[in-house]
Design a protein around this ligand. Structure first.
Ligand code: ADP
Length: 618
């Protein structure tokens, strides 16, 4: 039902139908106007010509006038004869009556009406003519149509004296039949013309609307993004030119669409490959575009950001107009104090149209976490170095001052003071040397100078040295340490800088001794895992609190500063060890249980030698 309704609606509103209806209505209206005028004119002409056809000729009227004058008031056979002669001579006239100026009937053409002769006529038209002397004609549309014409009969010789009148009645049936036939023929031809006109108008309007319909279809295709079809050009008239213009327009839209799409793709690719995060907003400040990097920084999904106010997305209260126009931007810290802390520099700019209308804004997020951390650690480092140097220098200054003031003469104090100053100076020199070596590594000046060594032999050789130290310490009555070796016998060839790696193992072994004040066993174990060598050094010393485990590899970090310093520690040994192991593409870490002992691990990349390699060597 709905379909039929919409079809009907379409039928009535389509140009095609409208044109056909208007065209047909115009043809019918024209035919009607012309027809009405034509039939009216025809009727008038027919009546006029009929009127003149029944006009009694002057010769007859003259004869009748003379006869009336002669046979004044008497019944006259001559009058009747003239009337009958005339009546018989015409076939259109059906009745003739002659009256005198007293309105008395003097002659009749109809034999049946002979009795009326001598009677007064009661026809008003006749009375009017006899009294006025002017001819009168009347068409009477009774059950049969006829015309009555009453002509005055004058005295003759130019006299205007009315002596009577002749009443002529003639049937107009023939005239009206003719007129009816002509009208009917006219109606039929009009209908035929209207039908032909309707067909023609349908054809013409179809010819006009077809290209328009095609253009409409093409417009809908363009709206759906299909630019492939072209409007067919039927003629070179205005519609043809419009179609041509439409095709050109479609090609241009397609081209500009392609250009804008490729521009969009380029922009998307630029945005997605940028190392900075980008957020764009609409004029209300809601996020409309966001790139992957910004999502990574903010650790949010696209859905959680799009259409949200940018201030809310960045965790700000508001973004002032000042900030928008200010090129400096602001620093935003996300997840402050956690391991995922991100420090971002956000700079804003407004998107303005040529008219100056602000249509949105762009925010560029630059990750400055590393930069900020570096700056902080640099500041921390300088402060640490100053602090570390000031402490020994202050104590040196105090000792030297005391000596200077006379203590140098005291044999009980002077040697001890000098011993302390020497130890402090040595510690400072060691610290400065270690700082220099760290600085060289930072600047990349100190490169690892690698050579192939059997790591088993290498570690054993270092431990031999420590065995001697431990034995000497024991002899001197210091604490007793046992070094337990779990090295294995297999040759494990690795490429290392022997001096530097020895420095690492030395430092860990020294720490194991230093931080095990009650002695104990130091276990050194070397294992070969699939593609790495794992060296572990376990002591039974003080241990390291859990929260300090990650920090002990930082520069100057010490769990117990006083103890470390008293032991001659600089707080740089493990930091240097980490740099050296990392330069060997290895890892260093520690496990500990406070009060029970610690284990330090060094993992180095290792590729087991194949048999072919062995053969090569032979
Ligand atoms: P230091 O010169 O102070 O020994 P290190 O960098 O070698 O500097 O060590 C840093 C800190 O790590 C030490 O001060 C100490 O607190 C802790 N440490 C290192 N090794 C051990 C260990 N085997 N047992 C307990 N604590 C240790």
């Amino acid at each position: 039902m709905k379909k039929i309704k919409s079809k009907l609606k379409h039928l009535f509103i389509s140009i095609n139908t409208t044109l056909a209806i208007v065209f047909m209505a115009m043809i019918i209206a024209m035919i009607e106007v012309i027809g009405a005028y034509f039939t009216r004119q025809l009727e008038q002409n027919s009546i006029e010509s009929f009127q003149s056809s029944i006009q009694v000729p002057p010769i007859v009227t003259n004869q009748l006038s003379l006869q009336l004058l002669r046979d004044n008031k008497r019944p006259s056979a001559s009058l009747n004869r003239i009337v009958n002669d005339y009546s018989n001579g015409t076939n259109t006239i059906s009745e003739i009556i002659v009256v005198d100026n007293k309105d008395i009937i003097r002659a009749v053409s109809n034999l049946n009406d002979k009795s009326r002769i001598g009677q007064r006529v009661n026809n008003l038209l006749v009375k009017q003519v006899t009294s006025t002397g002017r001819q009168a004609t009347k068409v009477i549309n009774d059950k049969d149509n006829y015309m009555v014409q009453v002509t005055p009969l004058n005295a003759g010789n130019g006299s205007t004296n009315t002596v009577g009148a002749i009443y002529v009645r003639a049937s107009m049936q023939g005239v009206f039949n003719n007129l009816r036939n002509i009208s009917f023929m006219f109606l039929v031809t009009s209908l035929i013309a209207a039908v032909i006109g309707a067909i023609l108008s349908l054809v013409v309007s179809h010819a006009i609307t077809k290209p328009i319909e095609e253009m409409q279809g093409q417009a809908l295709n363009i709206a759906d993004g299909d630019y492939s079809s072209q409007v067919k050009i039927y003629s070179n008239d205005e519609l043809g030119q419009l179609g041509q213009a439409f095709n050109t327009l479609s090609v241009r839209i397609e081209r500009s669409q392609e250009e804008s799409e490729s521009e969009q793709r380029r922009l998307d690719s630029v945005l997605s490959h940028m190392s900075d995060g980008v957020l764009a907003t609409d004029r209300h400040g809601n996020v409309s575009v966001v790139n992957q990097m910004a999502l990574n920084f903010l650790n949010k999904t696209k859905e959680a950001i799009i259409n949200k106010p940018i201030a809310e997305v960045l965790g700000l209260k508001e973004i002032s107009q000042d900030l928008m126009s200010n090129q400096k931007g602001i620093v935003i810290t996300l997840n402050e104090g956690t391991r995922d802390e991100v420090i971002l520099h956000a700079s804003f700019s407004l998107i303005k149209r040529v008219t100056g209308f602000v249509s949105g804004s762009v925010c560029v997020l630059h990750d400055i976490t590393e930069q900020q951390k570096n700056e902080n650690s640099q500041k921390q480092f300088v402060s640490n170095v100053s602090h570390e140097l000031r402490t020994p220098l202050t104590s040196l200054h105090a000792y030297i001052e005391t000596l200077n003031e006379g203590a140098w003469k005291d044999p009980n104090v002077a040697p001890q003071f000098l011993q302390v100053t020497q130890e402090e100076t040595e510690r400072m020199i060691r610290m400065i040397n270690e700082l220099l070596s760290l600085s060289r590594m930072d600047r990349g000046v100190s490169k690892v100078d690698v050579e192939w060594v059997n790591f088993n032999d290498f570690v054993a050789h270092i431990l031999d040295r420590f065995d001697i130290i431990v034995k000497t310490d024991a002899k001197e009555g210091k604490k007793k340490y046992i070094i337990s070796r779990k090295l294995g016998t297999q040759a494990l060839w690795v490429e290392i800088d022997t001096d530097k790696m020895a420095q690492v193992i030395d430092n860990i072994m020294n720490n194991a001794i230093k931080y095990s004040p009650d002695g104990g066993t130091i276990t050194v174990k070397l294992q070969q895992e699939q593609n790495r060598l794992l060296l572990s050094i376990t002591d039974q010393g003080l241990g390291i609190p859990r929260e300090d485990l990650n920090k002990i590899f930082d520069r100057f970090y010490r769990v117990d500063k006083a103890r470390s310093r008293a032991q001659g520690g600089t707080g740089l040994g493990l930091a240097i060890a980490k740099e050296i192991v990392t330069a060997h593409r290895g890892q260093i870490w520690a496990n500990s249980s406070e009060g029970k002992g610690s284990t330090f691990y060094i993992a180095l990349p290792y590729e087991p030698m194949s048999e072919e390699d062995d053969w090569d060597e032979i």
